[in-house]
Design a protein around this ligand. Sequence first.
Ligand code: FES
Length: 107
Amino acid sequence: LKVTMTDVNGVSKTFDGVEEGTSLMELGKRNDVAGIMGDCGGGCACATCHVYVDGDWFAKVGEPDDIEFAMLDMVADVMKQNSRLGCQIKMSPEIDGIEVTVAPASS
Ligand code: FES
């Protein structure tokens, strides 16, 4: 599966052959994508894996659930309409080719 990530510095990288079930946080961390920390290890408890889901892809991944939304609310200053936590987006054929932009850290 394919994923394109733009890091906090505006550098885009496309990853191919991403395995189904891999979260965008894991992928970003593994590849040192700037701005993806994943401090809590994917537990939906830190928001350091915050990404903006680009364009029409947001409709495909859908809205965050209540727990995720509460976490995003902690970074409300940089939250956008298309915000999601990278650890909560797992790769599947439905979102093959997804494009996301890493959100800046909350101040
Ligand atoms: Fe902590 Fe996603 S890695 S919320």
